[in-house]
Write a protein that binds this ligand. Structure first.
Ligand code: FNR
Length: 181
């Protein structure tokens, strides 16, 4: 199984990226996870959507070829960061690569609520665009106080979160096998 991770933060020390790396490494015997880079994507511009540049083309091709998308969103000002929305805007037009693509969502923030609002908004965006991107039900992953849960090397060291993710991943795999083979 091939999954792409779309991380809504492009900073080097992103906790959401570290969370994606944890999922990639810990479950490498269960699926292949490729963490996509949002940095090369230009601002979405409707004038360019039929002739997008190479960065957009290759980003969309990777999403299209994947069996599922793992979204990892920070929370900026109570909502989804602009870089993530920008990627969604590209994917929602012309070749609509999210149509029918199974999605699951996680998020990490330094606040206690761990991206609750951003994830609610992300679900609403995925629903509102009518992409029919089926979403893993339940299994909501809110990693609050993220700065206390990763060590200096970027390793997830909060054991309850590690264990909870094991359960979520098992549930995700069951859901994929049952509905999205
Ligand atoms: C934040 N942060 C933040 N946190 C939160 O829980 N709720 C929020 O509304 C916001 N708003 C916000 C706005 C902006 C512009 C920034 C830069 C930050 C803090 C945020 O959770 C923290 O910076 C995370 O570390 C961002 O995720 P990454 O980059 O570590 O993945």
């Amino acid at each position: 199984m091939k999954i792409v991770a779309i991380v809504g933060s492009i900073r080097k020390e992103s906790f959401n990226r570290k969370l994606a790396e944890h999922v990639k490494n810990r479950y490498q015997d269960k699926f292949e996870l490729e963490i996509l880079d949002l940095k090369p994507l230009p601002f979405y511009n409707q004038d360019l959507e039929n002739e997008p540049n190479e960065a957009v083309d290759s980003f969309k091709a990777k999403v299209k070829a994947a069996d599922a998308v793992l979204w990892l969103t920070p929370e900026y000002n109570g909502t989804v960061p602009g870089v993530l929305v920008n990627a969604i805007d590209w994917m929602s037009r012309v070749d609509k690569v999210l149509v029918g693509k199974p999605s699951w969502i996680m998020g990490a923030s330094m606040g206690q609520l761990g991206t609750v609002k951003a994830q609610l908004h992300l679900r609403d965006i995925l629903f509102a665009m009518g992409v029919s991107s089926p979403l893993l039900p339940g299994n909501e992953v809110y990693v609050g106080a993220a700065h206390e849960k990763f060590d200096a090397e970027g390793k997830l060291i909060h054991e309850p979160t590690v264990q909870f993710l094991d359960t979520v991943v098992a549930n995700f795999l069951t859901w994929m096998n049952r509905y999205h083979q």
